[in-house]
Design a protein around this ligand. Structure first.
Ligand code: SAM
Length: 264
C-alpha cells in the first residue's frame, strides 16, 4: 500500500518524541532522505514500511533529525560580546539562572560556564542544558570532548578549564558542578526558572512559524523581567508576533531583552 509523507511523519510522531509537524518541511524531508539513501530506499512509503519492520531504525532516524552539531564558543564574537557587555551587567551575589535550550553535547552551556568563570560570576550561576535527545545529554554529562569541537577555544582557556584524559579533554569539575542537563522538549515548559539568560541557537531555524511562536512565548514566560534571550547568528524573529515582547540589545549578535510588563 502506497503511503504519503504525511502518513510517515504521523507514524514517526507516534513512535518517538520528535514532533515532526512543528519543523519546516523541506529540511525535514532532506534529513529523512539521508536515512533513506543509507538504506537504498527511494520513496517515503518504502521507508515507512522499513520503519514498521525495524524498531532499531528509530534511533538512527532521530539522530539525523536532531542535528546535534555544535562547538565550544560557536560564533566566538557572540561570546566575546556576552563577556564584555552582558555578563558584567549581571548582578554579582544574586542567584543567576541560565538556560541553554537545544544544548546538544553540552558545548554551549559549558561555554557559558567558562564566560561566567572569566567574569567572576560563576559562584552565583546555575546553568541548565536541555535537549530532546537523551543520547547527547549523556555525552554532555560525561563532558569529554575531542579537539575538533575546541577549535574556537584559546589555548590558555583549554589549559585552565579542561583536563586532558585518554579519551579527550574533560571539562573540570569546578565548571561541571554548575551545569545540569535535563531532557526537555522545547515545546514543553521546564520546571526550573525564572532565567536571567536563555540561549537557543541553531534550533529555531528548523521550526515552522507556529512552533517558533509557541517557543518564543515559553521563553518570555521563563525569563525574569529584563532577562536576555540569544538566538543563532542565522536566525531571525521576523514575522513572529511574540517578538514584540522583546527589545533588541545587539542586532548582529541576535541578543534580545524581555520587555518588562507595563505597571498599572
Ligand atoms: C544544531 S544543535 C545546536 C546546538 C547548540 N545550541 C549550538 O548552537 O551549537 C540543535 C539541538 O537542538 C536539539 N533539538 C531539536 N529540536 C528540539 C526540541 N524540540 N526540543 C529540545 N531540543 C531540540 C537537537 O537535539 C540538537 O541537539
Amino acid at each position: 500500500m502506497e503511503r504519503s509523507f504525511q502518513d510517515l511523519i504521523a507514524y514517526i510522531e507516534q513512535k518517538t518524541a520528535f514532533k515532526c509537524q512543528s519543523y519546516k518541511t523541506k529540511p525535514l524531508k532532506r534529513r529523512i532522505m539521508v536515512r533513506m539513501r543509507a538504506l537504498g530506499l527511494s520513496d517515503f512509503s518504502q521507508y515507512h514500511t522499513y520503519l514498521e519492520n525495524n524498531e532499531t531504525e528509530f534511533s538512527k532516524l532521530v539522530d539525523v533529525l536532531t542535528i546535534n552539531l555544535s562547538y565550544f564558543f560557536r560564533n566566538p564574537e557572540t561570546f566575546e560580546y556576552l563577556q564584555s557587555s552582558i555578563f558584567p551587567q549581571l548582578k554579582k551575589g544574586r542567584v543567576l539562572t541560565f538556560w541553554s535550550a537545544g544544548c546538544a553535547r553540552g558545548e554551549e552551556p559549558y561555554s557559558l560556564a567558562i564566560v561566567a568563570a572569566e567574569t567572576g560570576v560563576l559562584d552565583s550561576v546555575t546553568i541548565y542544558g536541555t535537549d530532546i535527545d537523551m543520547s547527547v545529554l549523556r555525552k554532555a554529562e560525561a563532558a569529554i570532548y575531542p579537539q575538533s569541537v575546541l577549535q574556537y577555544v584559546p589555548k590558555a582557556i583549554v589549559n585552565k578549564y579542561f583536563e586532558s584524559t585518554d579519551n579527550g579533554f574533560r571539562v573540570k569539575q569546578e565548571l561541571r558542578s554548575h551545569v545540569h542537563f535535563i531532557n526537555v522538549n522545547l515545546f514543553e515548559t521546564p520546571s526550573f526558572g525564572p532565567c536571567d539568560l536563555i540561549v537557543c541557537r541553531n534550533v529555531f531555524i528548523y521550526l515552522d512559524r507556529q512552533a517558533q511562536s509557541l517557543v518564543l512565548h515559553n521563553f518570555y514566560d521563563k525569563l525574569k523581567p529584563g532577562g536576555y534571550l540569544m538566538i543563532g547568528k542565522v536566525e531571525l524573529l521576523l514575522g513572529i508576533p511574540e517578538a514584540k515582547l522583546f527589545e533588541i540589545v545587539h542586532r548582529t549578535e541576535h541578543i534580545y531583552k524581555k520587555i518588562e510588563a507595563p505597571q498599572h
